[in-house]
Structure formats: C-alpha cells, structure tokens
Design a protein. Structure first.
Length: 357
C-alpha cells in the first residue's frame, strides 16, 4: 500500500559567521574505540567560569561518553587559557551544588537519563539532536537536516525529487522536510512489507525526477536503490547521516550521496587527539571539543559572564572542528554540510561546505 502526497515548496536561502576557527584535513572514523581512563568526577583547570559536562558513567553509552570527555579535555588544554573550568559530572547522579559559577551545562544523555535537572541559571546544550530541557539548545543536527541538504544539492534548480518514507513517519515531519528541501517534492509513504521492486516502480511512475531521498537506514534502502538502477530513469540516490557503515559499504549503494557536517577542520583535533589518546577521534569526540571551544572563545573575548543564551544565538554562528553551525531560537542547530559520495565502500568528499552563513 502506498500513499503519494504531492507538494511544491520554495527553496530556502542561507545567509552570512565567526569565532573558533581551525584547519586540517579530512579524517574518516569507522568505529568507536574504548579510549581513555574510566569515567570519574573531575574538575579540570581554573577560572571564574565553569562548564559542566554531564556524561553517563556506566552502561552502553560509556564508551561514547569517554570519547566526548576526551575531546572536551583536549579543547580545554589547548584553548581555555586558564579562564574556563571544566567539570566532568555523572549524568546518573549529578551534583551541581558543589560547582561554582556554572554558566554552561553540556549534557550527553541519549535516553534523557539525567536524574536531576541542571541549575536554572546555566545555559543547557544537549550533545544530541534535541534539547533536553526547556530553553535548551542542541549541538547535533537531525538526520533529516542532512537528507534535506543532500536533496538540495541533487536538485539545485528545484527539479522534482522524491522522498521515500515508511508509513510510520508522521505527515508533519515529512512536510517540514519537504519545505526544507524546496522546489517540487513528491512524498511516497510505504507499508513495512512493501517490496523493493514495487516501490521502485512507484517512483518510476512519478515521472521525470532528479533524485530519491531515503528516510530509512536499513537493508530495504539498498534493495530499492538496486531496483532503481535497473530502471530507466536512474535517479540519484540520497542518504543521510544516519546511514551506518553497513549501508556505506553496500555495493548496491555505490554512487549515492550523503550530506555530512564539514570535515575540513578535523585535522587540527585529530593530530593532537591521536598523540594524547592513541586513536582517532569520533564525531562525538569532536562535538565534545567544540562545546568547550565555543565556551572558551566567549570567555576569552567577553569575560567570565560571557556565556549567555543570547550570545550563543548569534546569527553569525561558530566554526569548530565539526564545521560551521549556529543555534536557532527553537533550540535546534543549523549546520553547513559538505557533500560526500559513496565510492567503493567509502565516503569521498565531492563538494566542500560553505565557509560560513
């Protein structure tokens, strides 16, 4: 069973950035390694401003938490200039009462498992794609933002594209995605048991399209893409940042594109991270680095009371190890993407991200 929703929307424009700039080469990290000491409560450095990094100290997220911690420690050592204190706090039982002058709380709690709320006076930034508290911010872009950026690249003049989504995906989310893509967007929703060749035929029936964007990130994506390659139109296949290595390495997806956060500045962190921790940083390591880098930059420029929500909402945004980004008033983050192509099981950069907003 399929339902086709036809919707035309206008292309959105991007605007014009500053702070926290680093340089380097692209680094590809395929797996998370358990690097670094056991997680413990730590207070690192001195200064009149405290950034509390709230991480899970046990369970399946511990390894990722270590990676974030390591990136944050590296940024603190290189960029704090003695003006920012970094406190590592247990997300399961955070004790904020002992921390003085906490103006920024960065939380990694993928299951929203923070047992007590952060202090109300502090700005809260989630190291995930959704704010965890009221008036909070999120540092990680949603996978659908990546999909929209990929489809914009595939159809720069607004030529028709298709978004293929499971029927469980809400119409509201898909309409928002279509609006972000711009141009003419055809949305096809399908049942869980829909066959790949039937879905490919339904896409062919839409007519002259430039690209197909996939919301899901499972084996069905590869099967549908393979069926499309056997058809007449052969549209460009567009994925998103949620596609894991199993899809990137699948030969059926050769030539597909994915918009990813800018990797051109990873080298600055990677060289130092490898030297200190003996492994490559993961993307979450880079997010840990960037939240400390932003905080340190603001404090160096504007003093101990510089970290405010208003300053973090600066429309010029920031440029860190994860590329250029800025926070929106609704708490989400807007990022500038590079375009990568799946080539022989690896992601190759086809187009660099814009320098700034």
């Amino acid at each position: 069973m399929f339902r086709i929703v036809r919707r035309s929307v206008f292309v959105l424009a991007l605007f014009g950035l500053g702070a926290c700039q680093y340089a380097g080469e692209t680094v590809s990290v395929d797996q998370i390694e358990d690097v670094g000491p056991p997680l413990n409560t730590e207070v690192i450095g001195s200064g009149n401003t405290t950034l509390a990094l709230v991480l899970p100290f046990m369970g399946s997220d511990t390894v990722t938490a270590k990676q974030i911690r390591n990136g944050a420690v590296l940024a603190h050592e290189n960029l704090s200039d003695g003006k920012l204190k970094l406190a590592i706090v247990n997300a399961r039982s955070p004790n904020y009462s002992e921390l003085k002058n906490t103006t920024l709380v960065a939380l990694y709690a993928p299951d929203s498992g923070v047992s007590s709320p952060p202090p109300g006076r502090a700005v809260n930034v989630s190291l995930g794609d959704k704010p965890l508290v009221k008036n909070g911010l999120s540092l990680v872009a949603d996978d659908m933002d990546s999909l929209a950026a990929g489809l914009q690249y595939a159809s720069p003049s607004g030529a028709p594209v298709v978004i293929l989504a499971p029927e469980s995906q809400s119409d509201k989310d898909l309409e928002s995605l279509a609006k972000n893509v711009g141009g003419t967007v055809e949305i096809i929703k399908y049942a869980k048991d829909a066959k790949a060749n039937v879905l490919a035929k339904s896409i062919e029936d839409v007519g002259d399209i430039t690209a197909v964007g996939f919301v899901e990130s499972n084996q069905k994506v590869a099967d549908i893409a393979s069926a499309l390659k056997r058809g007449k139109s052969k549209p460009l296949i567009v994925g998103h940042t949620g596609w894991g290595q199993s899809l990137v390495k699948n030969p059926k997806l050769q030539g597909a594109i994915i918009a990813r956060p800018d990797s051109s500045s990873w080298g600055f962190v990677t060289e130092r991270y490898q030297k200190q921790f003996g492994a490559n940083p993961t993307e979450m390591s880079l997010y840990g680095f960037d939240i400390v880098a932003v905080a340190a930059s603001l404090v160096r420029q504007h003093g101990s009371k510089a970290i405010t929500r208003q300053r973090l909402l600066d429309s010029k945004g920031f440029k860190g190890a994860t590329g250029a980004f800025r926070f929106n008033k609704d708490g989400t983050v807007e990022r500038l993407y590079e375009i990568t192509k799946i080539d022989a099981g690896k992601l190759t950069v086809m187009k660099r991200a814009p320098a700034g907003f």
